[in-house]
Design a protein around this ligand. Structure first.
Ligand code: NAP
Length: 254
């Protein structure tokens, strides 16, 4: 629990903020004094979270794959606040499938949610940040974007693409005062991870295997990832531009 109010007065859009890492980030940002707009396909859950956190948080339905939805979120935020300080591209969709069994629909769902969505949000929010000469974009990738795994060609391609997108945009925007950085979580206990273990023939074994993936010997928590996202939202990361921060209990250090 933090009450440092380091984001006081900051206006923030968090995509996929109704669940898991996104929800923990919404809570952390609100504790730190931010105003938050949750943009999520799961509107009821997002509204429920917002209601419980008070009047500095609200929710709006958005499918990050659709440009009209993204434009509506950007317009709503700008009408309300006049400026967006922080954009967290967190909404994500996973797939565990061999490359040859992946359907075109599955490939498009994952690439559109995990890569096109962040680009669309940048397209509609970042120009306003550039005009203001300030802003922080935080893209949520994955360790799947840094190293190879079996059954991960669609998800890994999207998350790897997001790492490079982060670096490219960071360089393009470097003189503007807008920062773009990326967080790569390891194995984190969230509903997404729960769905993955539900698909396994032996859920207990799958959970045990996941606990062993990270050198620290346990899964991470959504709050631990939210702490890294908060760092990039705060002025403490003022010199970070195109940084890719692994939050993975030592996985990519091996
Ligand atoms: P989560 O609990 O499933 O939350 C993801 C949220 O995004 C959900 O509210 C989901 O809504 C929403 N969403 C999905 N598709 C969307 C779309 N097209 N438009 C708008 N919202 C959409 O997942 P999480 O584990 O917190 O993951 C958050 C991010 O971290 C994702 O980008 C994920 O890839 C990344 N990540 C997670 C882990 C992990 O171990 N958990 C590891 C590395 C990276 P629905 O619930 O209705 O689908």
């Amino acid at each position: 629990m933090s009450n440092s109010q380091r984001l006081e007065g900051k206006t923030c859009i968090i995509t996929g903020g109704s669940s898991g890492i996104g929800a923990a980030t919404v809570r952390r940002f609100v504790e730190e004094g931010a105003e938050v707009l949750i943009a999520d396909i799961a509107l009821e859950a997002a509204e429920g979270l917002a209601r419980g956190l008070g009047n500095t948080v609200s929710a709006i339905r958005c499918d990050v794959r659709l440009e009209d939805d993204v434009r509506r979120v950007a317009d709503t935020a700008l009408r309300r606040w006049g400026h967006v300080d922080v954009l967290v591209n967190n909404a994500g969709s996973e797939l565990n499938r061999t490359y040859d069994q992946t359907t075109v629909e599955e490939w498009d769902r994952v690439l559109d949610t995990d890569l096109k969505g962040p680009w669309l949000f940048c397209k509609h929010v970042v120009p306003h940040m550039v005009k203001a000469g300030r802003g922080s974009v935080i893209n949520i990738s994955s360790l799947n974007g840094l190293v190879g795994f079996p059954l991960s060609t669609a998800y890994g391609s999207a998350k790897g693409g997001l790492v490079v997108f982060t670096k490219d945009l960071a360089i393009e925007l470097a003189p503007s005062g807008v920062r773009v950085n990326c967080v790569c979580p390891g194995v984190i206990a969230t509903p997404m991870m729960e769905r993955w273990t539900d698909l396994m023939p032996d859920k207990g074994e799958a959970q045990k295997m996941l606990r062993g993936v990270m050198p620290i010997g346990r899964m991470g928590t959504a709050e631990e990832v939210a702490g890294a996202i908060f760092f990039f939202a705060s002025d403490d990361s003022a010199l970070c531009q195109g940084a890719v921060l692994s939050v993975d209990g030592g996985f990519v250090a091996q």
